[in-house]
Design a protein around this ligand. Structure first.
Ligand SMILES: Cc1cc2nc3c(=O)[nH]c(=O)nc-3n(C[C@H](O)[C@H](O)[C@H](O)COP(=O)(O)OP(=O)(O)OC[C@H]3O[C@@H](n4cnc5c(N)ncnc54)[C@H](O)[C@@H]3O)c2cc1C
Ligand SMILES: NC(=O)c1ccc[n+]([C@@H]2O[C@H](COP(=O)([O-])OP(=O)(O)OC[C@H]3O[C@@H](n4cnc5c(N)ncnc54)[C@H](OP(=O)(O)O)[C@@H]3O)[C@@H](O)[C@H]2O)c1
Length: 462
């Protein structure tokens, strides 16, 4: 047992939920801990700002907890610093006792079908980032003059995208959905959104409250073909156990929609089950989507897998959103599992190609587990990782007697980085809230990094 430094210095990369929960777990165990939290954006909060749907504002209030974590005396925010570009993980490793990587899943999974890259075929990641004002996606354009769109996937992100496309934009006006997106949605000519699940209704990955909400939208019909609710034996047996509350409740909703049928509403959401996209049709842009019917056959896990049949049909859609999951991206100097899109780790300790732990380097959140789980899931995930880090501090796996290298702030300033600290973010936060107030909106997000930096600089001069 070695004695711990009284104020260990820890770098956390990524200011999303998992980065903040890691900071909180450290602060609870080590009251004098010094934490520097890095994010590539000038703004904190990861997908809580750039992913969570604008019409679900209550969920975003979790940021109050993160504000409290940031107010801890040993906490500093280094916004607008991309680790791997402005500073490397080895440089951070030299300057801190330990590094926690919490960079989430920054890109989308691909379908790997012909035509996927045609104009008008988009990753849900891009659409979500665009309507939420993520600066990486502010220049994206979505052709909402089309009458029919397809959303591929049946997870909660697919449901978010479908809801934003289908709902009356007037109801989005009092949210923080960014103005350019609001204007585009006002002009939308969409009449049908087709939601395509490769397996059956029992395997829908979305949760019940999110699904139910689609049926409660004003002026929107949720349409399910009763024939799609005739279950294969494995799904029927699974449902009959009554153990899977989500599947049971989701089925009740799908049955209700199937019984009600269309009511002639202005827009419809049409569900297609046991169907997989096989080709995006079109020359220069999307003109249709070819889908194949699947048989659902038992798999090794006791569920079912989709096996394509010969039955093919074409949906007349002009716009496609692929919502089949997010994917982590590698960081220079850190091992990466390209197949799973995560940083390889043993319960949170980063491991190298030989499976050996890299001392002092940890992961938490989506880059550790893969892109699943709600905000709260990251709290226990981060706490588990921090418990290992504390073990390593106390057992000497982390060399606490080591002379720490050059402080990173000096390094970054010498490289001309324009770091946004917590007070800089607070100035930007106030500016956004003020800009939204006159229009009765919670905030008007700034969608360009250059403009964000100008506002921060002006705030610093005051
Ligand atoms: C569209 C969408 C909607 C969601 N809605 C909900 C919801 O309503 N309720 C709910 O409970 N959960 C929701 N979730 C899930 C929730 O957002 C995630 O569980 C959570 O955000 C994952 O946290 P994270 O910290 O691992 O990743 P993120 O939130 O993605 O945070 C990662 C952070 O790392 C930063 N970063 C990345 N690379 C670098 C780098 N090289 N250098 C510096 N910084 C970097 C990013 O800028 C980002 O701020 C949603 C997810 C999505 C995709
Ligand atoms: N309101 C909320 O709480 C909220 C909102 C948004 C996101 N989230 C959370 O964020 C996480 C990520 O959500 P997500 O929707 O991106 O992922 P997800 O829940 O994993 O759903 C992905 C969907 O894509 C389908 N899919 C995967 N590969 C496919 C392929 N090749 N062809 C066709 N379909 C394919 C999956 O079907 P299979 O099941 O057949 O694999 C599944 O329906 C989830 O944990 C989610 O709950 C929560």
């Amino acid at each position: 047992m070695t004695s711990m430094p009284s104020a260990p210095r820890i770098a956390i990369i990524g200011a999303g939920p998992s980065g903040f929960y890691a900071a909180e777990a450290l602060q609870k165990t080590l009251p004098d801990v010094v934490i520097d939290l890095f994010d590539r954006l000038p703004t904190p909060f990861g997908l809580v700002r750039g992913g969570v749907a604008p019409d679900h504002p209550k969920i975003k209030s979790v940021t109050r907890i993160y504000d409290r974590i940031a107010s801890h005396p040993g906490f500093r925010f280094f916004g607008h610093v991309t680790v791997g570009l402005d500073v490397t993980v080895p440089e951070l490793h030299a300057a801190y006792h330990a590094v926690i990587i919490a960079t989430g899943a920054q890109t989308d999974r691909q379908l790997g079908i012909p035509g996927e890259q045609l104009a008008g075929s988009h990753a849900a990641t891009d659409f979500v980032g665009w309507y939420n004002g993520h600066p990486d996606f502010s220049d994206r354009r979505f052709d909402l003059t089309q009458h029919e769109a397809a959303v591929i996937g049946l997870g909660n992100v697919a449901i978010d995208v479908t809801r934003i496309l289908a709902r009356d934009p007037e109801t989005l006006a009092p949210t923080d959905l960014v103005s350019p997106a609001l204007r585009a949605l006002h002009e939308s000519a969409l009449t049908s959104v087709h939601v395509i699940g490769r397996r059956g209704p029992v395997q829908a990955a979305c949760t019940t409250p999110e699904l139910r909400e689609l049926g409660e939208l004003e002026g929107v019909d949720a349409i399910v073909d009763p024939a799609d609710l005739v279950l294969d034996p494995v799904s029927a047996a699974h449902l009959a156990t009554g153990d899977d509350r989500t599947a049971t409740k989701n089925m009740e909703i799908f049955r209700r929609w199937a019984e009600r049928g269309p009511t002639g509403a202005r827009r419809s959401i049409v569900f297609h089950f046991a169907a997989s996209p096989v080709e995006v049709l079109g020359d220069a842009r999307v003109q249709g989507l070819r889908i194949v019917r699947n048989d659902l056959v038992p798999d090794d896990s006791g569920s079912v897998r989709a096996v394509p049949t010969n039955l093919v049909e074409t949906l007349d859609v002009g716009l496609i959103f692929r919502s089949v999951g997010y994917r982590g991206v590698p960081i220079d100097g850190v091992p990466f599992d390209d197949r799973r899109g995560v940083i390889p780790n043993a319960a949170g300790r980063v491991v190298d190609d030989a499976g050996e732990a890299v001392p002092g380097v940890y992961v938490c959140g989506w880059i550790k587990r893969g892109p699943s789980g709600v905000i709260g899931t990251n709290k226990s995930c981060a706490a588990d990782t921090v418990a290992l880090l504390i073990d390593d501090l106390t057992t000497g796996v982390i060399d606490v007697a080591r002379q720490l290298g050059t402080a990173v702030d000096g390094l970054l300033l010498a490289r001309g980085a324009r770091i946004v600290d917590w007070s800089g973010w607070q100035a930007l936060d106030r500016a956004e809230i003020e800009a939204g107030a006159s229009a009765g909106r919670p905030r008007e997000k700034v969608i360009s990094v250059a403009e964000m930096l100008d506002i921060v600089a002006a705030g610093n001069e005051r």
